[in-house]
Design a protein around this ligand. Structure first.
Ligand code: OOG
Ligand code: MG
Length: 259
């Protein structure tokens, strides 16, 4: 098979629709680089938009050591979030539409102002934030066993699956986000713990990173968008009947169940 960017984009969306996992493209296309991988990611977004989805924000991935070590990829990345990925609070995760979902706790920003790099710092990034939320991301790689290289996972929209936000919204000035604690419970047992500093030293650093790296592709973070700043801890598998709770120090808690 000779792979091209449009073919890979089609294959990834088809795998998502049919819940069929794939071998990573870099197995056969070793030269697949980040520039082309982001073109593929943008192509999958264009196809999502064509079928009626709307952009609601962006996500960062692999921003914490816990995530980088688990996935064997040590470089952060960005990807797109659309309204089709948003899961209402209390709505069970539809396991029959996902391949092998895993759950990770994240700190989420909602922007009150547009934010465009280059030159964005953690401080200037925070000045664009209207509210901070607790969040859970349900990731679902289209690659078998979550085995991928950086270019594969970039093309696959960073394993995007579903996103859930908590119901507490706080202005960033009210929080020390480096110290914001998070305890991840699976079925009542503590699975992982972290503080906001797990993500790039401070989640606002991750937001600045998103603004600055997206600017290279001419993309501005828009007012109203949400930004998922990346898993604070390793992700945990979600199976039928599981209840996973991400409990935060000041941001309340977010629960997902598998059905
Ligand atoms: C890639 C997506 C990573 C995060 O928050 O680090 C991600 C993966 O782990 O499959 O969303
Ligand atoms: Mg994530």
């Amino acid at each position: 098979m000779t792979w091209t960017a449009p073919k890979v984009a089609h294959t990834l969306l088809d795998a998502e629709n049919r819940r069929q996992d794939l071998e990573p493209f870099t197995d056969e296309w070793a030269e697949l680089d980040l520039e082309v991988a982001y073109q593929i990611q943008d192509e999958t977004l264009a196809r999502r938009v064509m079928r009626g989805e709307q952009i609601v924000g962006v996500k960062l991935g692999l921003t914490s050591r816990a995530k980088q070590q688990r996935m064997g990829v040590d470089s952060p990345l960005t990807a797109w979030l659309t309204d089709a990925m948003v899961l209402g609070s209390g709505v069970p995760v539809p396991l029959n539409s996902l391949i092998h979902p895993r759950v990770e706790p994240e700190i989420v920003f909602q922007l009150g102002k547009p934010l465009a790099g280059p030159g964005v710092t953690a401080m200037s990034a925070l000045a664009a934030v209207e509210a901070v939320y607790a969040g859970i991301e349900v990731i679902d790689s289209r690659y078998k066993d979550f085995r991928f290289r950086l270019a594969d996972v970039v093309a696959d929209n960073a394993s995007s699956g579903r996103i859930v936000a908590g119901s507490v919204a706080l202005p960033p000035q009210r929080l020390d986000l480096a110290l914001e604690a998070c305890v991840l419970h699976i079925n009542g047992e503590v699975a992982h713990t972290a503080t906001g500093a797990a993500v790039q030293g401070h989640p606002a650093e991750a937001l600045a990173l998103a603004a600055n790296t997206l600017a290279v592709r001419g993309i501005t973070l828009e007012a109203g968008w949400c930004v998922y700043t990346g898993g604070l801890t390793d992700a945990v598998p979600l199976t039928a009947g599981d209840q996973i709770v991400a409990e935060f120090g000041h941001l309340g808690s977010v629960t997902v169940t598998g059905e």
